[in-house]
Design a protein around this ligand. Structure first.
Ligand SMILES: Cc1cc2nc3c(=O)[nH]c(=O)nc-3n(C[C@H](O)[C@H](O)[C@H](O)COP(=O)(O)OP(=O)(O)OC[C@H]3O[C@@H](n4cnc5c(N)ncnc54)[C@H](O)[C@@H]3O)c2cc1C
Length: 265
C-alpha cells in the first residue's frame, strides 16, 4: 500500500508447461504394436498422449489389430468424447499441465490446496517475502461500497505499518544467524492478512483439472477462485478442445459456470 491506497492487483494465470510427446519414440512403439501408419489429428500433445494410452489398452489403433476389435473410433475428438461419456477418467491422468497463479490471495491458495488428487503445488513462502507493500484483490462486495473500501484501506495500512515496526524492532536487515531471522520472519507473517497477494505453482493432470474447474466455477464457490478457474477453463478449452469438451457454460454474476452432463470422470 502506498500513500493510503491499497495496491490493487488482479489474479494472473501463467500456463508454463504441459505434457510433450517424443514422436520418434512413439513411432517406435507404433511399429512394435503393428500400427506404424497410425496418425491422429489431436490438437495438442496432451490430447495425443491420452488417445495413445487409451488405444494401447485394446490395441485399437486400427480395426483387426486386436482380433476382438473390428471397429475403432476415428479421430481424437470422437475418441476423447467417448472417454468422457463412459467416465474412463483415469486415462485423462496421463496429461499434465503446470500453472503459476500470481497475485492471488492466501484465501485462494488455501482453497486450491484442498484439491489433492492428481495435483502438485509449491507456494510462495511468506517467511522470505517482506510484507510491507501488500497487494490486494478486492471482491465485488468491497469494491462497490465506499465505506467498506475505507475500512479495507485503513486495515491494510495498519498491518503494513506494523510489519515495518517489527522489522525495525528486530533490526531485520542487521547481522544475525539465518535460523534466527527465519524465526522472526515466521512470527511476523502471523499478522499478515489472508487477503494479501501471493503466488502458487499448481500442476494438475487432465482429470483433476476438469474436476477443479467444475467445482470452482460453480456459483457456490468464492468469487476469486471462480474468476481464476473461469479463466483457466477458457484458456484450456482453446488449448485442448477435445479434453475440455462437453461443457455447458452459464454466466452467473458475470462469471462463467462450467457444467457438464457427462458422467463424472
Ligand atoms: C463451494 C465450496 C465450499 C467449501 N467449503 C468448505 C468448508 O467450509 N470447509 C472445508 O473444510 N472445506 C470446504 N470446501 C472444500 C471441500 O470440502 C473439498 O475439500 C475440496 O473442494 C476438495 O475437493 P475434493 O474432495 O473433490 O478433493 P480432490 O483432491 O479434488 O479430489 C478429487 C476427487 O478424488 C476423489 N478423492 C480424493 N481424495 C480421496 C480420498 N482420500 N479418498 C477417496 N477418494 C478421494 C474424490 O472423488 C474427489 O472428489 C469447499 C469447497 C467448495 C467447492
Amino acid at each position: 500500500m502506498k500513500g493510503g491506497v491499497v495496491r490493487k492487483v488482479k489474479p494472473k494465470i501463467f500456463l508454463i508447461g504441459e505434457t510433450k510427446i517424443d514422436d520418434v519414440v512413439l513411432q517406435d512403439y507404433l511399429h512394435h504394436v503393428g500400427a506404424p501408419k497410425w496418425k491422429t489429428d489431436a490438437p495438442s500433445d496432451s490430447e495425443k498422449v491420452i488417445e495413445v494410452m487409451g488405444r494401447m489398452c485394446y490395441r485399437s489403433f486400427a480395426p483387426g489389430l486386436n482380433p476382438n476389435v473390428t471397429k475403432v473410433r476415428e479421430g481424437n475428438a470422437a475418441y476423447l468424447q467417448h472417454i468422457l461419456e463412459v467416465g474412463h477418467g483415469s486415462v485423462l491422468e496421463h496429461a499434465n499441465f503446470n500453472f503459476i497463479f500470481a497475485d492471488v490471495s492466501r484465501v485462494f491458495t488455501h482453497e486450491l490446496v484442498r484439491h489433492r488428487a492428481g495435483t502438485a503445488m509449491s507456494q510462495e513462502s511468506l517467511r522470505f517475502v517482506r510484507l510491507d507493500d501488500l497487494g490486494f484483490w478486492l471482491p465485488t462486495v468491497v469494491r462497490e461500497d465506499a465505506e467498506v473500501m475505507e475500512i479495507f484501506v485503513r486495515t491494510v495500512a495498519e498491518l503494513e505499518a506494523l510489519q515495518k515496526l517489527l522489522a525495525k524492532k528486530y533490526d531485520i536487515d542487521g547481522k544475525m544467524p539465518f535460523s534466527k531471522k527465519k524465526q522472526i520472519t515466521s512470527a511476523m507473517r502471523r499478522i499478515a492478512p489472508s487477503g494479501l497477494a501471493t503466488s502458487i505453482g499448481w500442476s494438475a493432470n487432465g482429470r483433476a483439472l476438469r474436476h477443479v474447474i467444475e467445482m470452482r466455477t460453480d456459483p457456490g464457490a468464492e468469487e476469486e477462485i471462480r474468476l481464476v478457474f473461469g479463466k483457466v477453463a477458457e484458456m484450456m478449452v482453446k488449448k485442448c478442445p477435445n479434453l475440455m469438451s462437453g461443457y455447458d457454460i452459464e454466466m452467473v454474476d458475470g462469471l462463467p459456470w462450467y457444467k457438464t452432463s457427462h458422467k463424472k470422470v
